[in-house]
Design a protein around this ligand. Structure first.
Ligand code: ATP
Ligand code: MG
Length: 568
């Protein structure tokens, strides 16, 4: 393809609306243009990349027996009402104003289940894997970070339909391995978080993550054994302190001005591990006092799952006073004004010799014994894991806590949607059961943007051959003046194409400097620099964009060299 004939509008300046590298580079390299908040147009080179990503996805989905559908984005709202998701989605669901009863689909569980109900009647019709690569609409409140969070975006979504829990496990595992292949083939470095599949199915889910300072998720990762978990569930290898020998009775002492654990540590010389911090939450309308060791941070997600709570929030100042009799900074488990459920973090199991508030402003109490002085109703892992703590697998390595972007999600749905919509089948015994489902999503734009986040420098992108818009960039230097350069460039372009390589030939009447900059910005894997001086010696220069490595090779050997570099 001749560059003079394609629409490839590059930008020299960084557009002000773009904050992160992938967003800046996708605009600068002429891959996309923004039409509105969270709405992007793919330009031709950008769409070539998207098609390559979609093809990789399609091949891997076909390889696990997936059958490709194309479902409408326009959905009757009744179906969404039947599963309760019009409410659950809230503002994220786009409603159509001038045509009552239609919504724009943010995902397709409902529609898949609707078709399954129409045509799946027997265990003999199962299993099925149905997928599509299609446009999704979500009214994201603050679309930012370019195509990473769009209001309209492309998703591969698939759904497994099974007759048994074991069948669901198998469909889920097939997706897990297809997803690994998709990201690896695209050239993404990724990690997986979440509970892996248990033997009997259930509600396992895994997220495929890419480490990035711009990610909206936080994860703990171990670079040694590969442990990775969302911070909401991550744990580390800390263990509870041993009980101390001097088990004296409790004693109040004045602590004027001490309002935090650090005030106790610094002002009263109390070691951090002897401090028990009390936090009060209102959990499903009831007060709960939670004890954490030292400065450990309470992890709300862990608290929620430990108590199987629906709603929880920290108690407000007035509630705190009413429940404990004191203000924040002086509260504790002994002598509460109003009885409250008391739970504690695992690291405080059997603890004694502890210091805590007394529920009297300006006082604390020492020598608290968790087995003697009050009743802890249960112990749980409630703390936020921290960077530098040891991995909970036996590898002894320090955890890193990183931001990450979710590029995919696999999820054992079970029968939530099939029950709600009445999608049932008759099993071998003639009993009617709801179909057991899984749901699996991948964001196409997130693969592209995450790839750029991981593979760029100041000058531009460097694509992997698998998803590059073209494989080879031939830069014909000064071809208006040098006939021989033009001839050799054209011939090489033709030979590359004959060899099955996708070539972009920069035949524009631009200076070498402009061509070099545009080539580095677009980032095709191999640049062929065709300059008269080398050509007169029968040679041509190759540059590998990712490494910057340059080689001067015989013109006749150029194609073999390029294929070698690209490994295709
Ligand atoms: P997030 O927490 O980032 O909003 P999600 O949990 O809503 O993601 P899913 O509903 O599981 O995402 O969708 C499946 C995949 O679709 C995600 O893993 C992600 O790759 C992609 N995706 C989701 N929302 C968007 C969006 N607004 N823009 C681009 N891609 C998206
Ligand atoms: Mg979302």
């Amino acid at each position: 393809m001749k560059q003079s004939q394609i629409f490839f509008p590059t930008l020299k300046e960084v557009p002000t609306e773009a904050q992160i590298p992938s967003h800046k580079l996708m605009l600068r390299a002429g891959l996309v243009r923004q039409l509105g908040a969270g709405i992007f147009s793919y330009l031709p080179l950008g769409y070539r990349i998207a098609k390559k990503v979609m093809n990789i996805i399609r091949e891997e989905m076909d390889a696990i027996g997936g059958q490709e559908f194309h479902l409408p984005a326009l959905n009757p709202i009744e179906i969404w009402e039947q599963t309760g998701r019009v409410e659950a989605m809230g503002d994220v669901l786009f409603h159509i104003k001038n045509r009552e009863g239609l919504v724009l689909a943010p995902t397709h569980e409902e529609i898949i289940t609707f078709h399954a109900r129409q045509h799946i009647h027997s265990y003999r019709d199962l299993p099925q894997i149905w997928y599509q690569i299609q446009t999704k609409f979500r009214n994201e409140p603050r679309p930012k970070s370019g195509v990473l969070r769009g209001r309209q975006f492309t998703m591969k979504d698939s759904y497994s339909l099974d007759a048994t829990r074991e069948g669901l496990d198998a469909s889920y595992e097939k997706h897990a391995s297809a997803y690994r292949n998709i990201y690896s083939r695209s050239g993404l470095k990724f990690f997986v978080v979440g509970a892996s599949s248990g033997a009997m199915g259930g509600s396992a889910s895994q997220e495929f993550m890419v480490e990035s300072p711009y990610g909206e998720d936080t994860c703990a990762v171990c670079d040694s054994c590969g442990y990775a978990a969302n911070i909401e569930v991550a744990s580390s290898a800390l263990s509870a302190a041993e009980r101390i020998a001097d088990n004296n009775s409790t004693e109040e002492f004045a602590t004027p001005g001490a309002r935090s654990i650090n005030d106790l540590i610094n002002g009263y010389n109390i070691p951090e591990e002897r401090c028990a911090k009390s936090v009060v939450y209102i959990v499903d309308s009831k007060p709960v006092l939670i004890l954490m060791r030292g400065n450990d941070e309470l992890n709300e997600a862990k608290l929620q799952s430990a108590l199987k709570a629906v709603n929880l929030r920290p108690a407000e100042a007035a509630e705190l006073l009413e429940i404990t009799g004191a203000n924040a900074g002086s509260i504790g488990p002994v002598g509460l004004k109003t009885p409250a459920l008391i739970i504690a973090d695992n690291l405080l199991r059997d603890a004694n010799g502890m210091v805590s508030g007394t529920n009297r402003d300006g006082f604390h109490i020492r020598n608290i014994d968790f087995n003697r002085d009050f009743t802890v109703s249960s112990f749980h892992d409630l703390r936020m894991a921290r960077a530098g703590e040891q991995c909970s697998n036996d590898c002894g390595n320090a955890l890193r806590v990183v931001n990450a972007i979710e590029v995919g999600h696999i999820f054992k749905l079970g029968t939530k949607y099939s029950s709600a919509l009445g999608a049932t089948f008759l099993d071998e015994n003639g009993t009617e059961n709801p179909i057991i489902m899984g749901s699996y999503g991948i964001g196409v734009e997130r693969i592209i943007a995450c790839f750029i986040e991981q593979n760029h420098d100041d000058k531009g992108i460097f694509w992997s051959p698998a998803i590059a818009p073209y494989h080879v960039h031939i830069l014909g230097l000064n071809i208006k003046k040098s006939e021989i350069t033009r001839e050799v460039s054209e011939k090489l372009a033709q030979q590359c194409a004959e060899a099955g390589l996708e070539v972009l030939y920069d035949d524009r009447d631009e200076s070498p400097g402009v061509k070099f900059n545009d080539a580095d910005l677009l980032g095709l894997p191999v640049q062929v620099i065709a300059g008269e001086r080398n050509i007169k010696d029968g040679k041509i220069e190759l540059k590998i964009r990712a490494t910057g490595e340059r080689k001067t090779v015989e013109i006749d050997k150029a194609i073999d060299e390029i294929r070698d570099i690209l490994r295709i």
